[in-house]
Design a protein around this ligand. Structure first.
Ligand SMILES: O=C(O)CCC(=O)C(=O)O
Ligand SMILES: [Fe+2]
Length: 191
């Protein structure tokens, strides 16, 4: 059964949620969203490149970035000041210190762009994601015997989700291709 956005923000995970997944709508308001999106549009987003293949998704990292060639984290520019307030807000929500979110990754999904099945790299710890501009579906799957167990969480614009525990380390996740521009701002601790 698909996960539905809870009527009760921070409700404990139901049987339908991968354990460790947490979601809250309306972390920010519409004015903040527009202001953040304008700031993000001015950042040096670059096409995500994986083994020479260019995805229809653009990214920029701050604090640390993942170097796919070296399979290690590498230093990245400091978090821009216009994103520090958002980082503090997400940190308070997630129960960590703002500085613990050592990495900030922004994904820009143009219409038709998504992200394939993956688990975030083990060099990172907690993962929190803020959605801007348009809705998306975060899908989950985990291997069970010779089949997949599946779940899906709608992500509203202005919402925040947390991947911890099994949702972070056992389940894979992906984002279905959308039909409108979406930004995700992902904050990660280091493992
Ligand atoms: O767009 C999102 O919220 C998910 C991004 C993601 O899974 C990632 O960058 O690892
Ligand atoms: Fe991810």
């Amino acid at each position: 059964m698909p996960i539905q956005a809870s009527l009760f923000p921070d409700a404990p995970p139901s049987g339908d949620h991968p354990p460790g997944f947490r979601y809250t709508p309306d972390l920010i308001d519409g004015e903040e969203e527009r202001w953040l999106a304008a700031g993000i549009a001015a950042l040096p987003l670059k096409p995500f490149e994986f083994h020479g293949y260019l995805a229809n998704r653009r990214v920029v990292s701050f604090g640390y970035r993942y170097d796919y060639a070296r399979r290690a984290v590498a230093a990245a520019p400091d978090v821009p000041s216009f994103l520090l307030d958002l980082r503090a807000r997400v940190a308070a929500w997630a129960g960590v210190a703002p500085d613990d979110f050592r990495q900030l990754l922004i994904n820009e999904y143009a219409p038709g762009a998504g992200i394939g099945w993956h688990r975030d790299k083990p060099q990172f710890g907690l993962v929190a994601g803020v959605s801007l501009l348009s809705p998306a579906t975060l899908r989950f799957r985990r291997r069970e015997a010779d089949d997949w167990r599946r779940a899906a969480a709608p992500l509203a614009p202005r919402s925040v989700y947390l991947l911890a525990g099994e949702a972070r380390s056992v389940w894979e996740h992906s984002i279905i291709e959308g039909d409108a521009l979406r930004y995700s701002v992902t904050f990660r601790t280091l493992a």
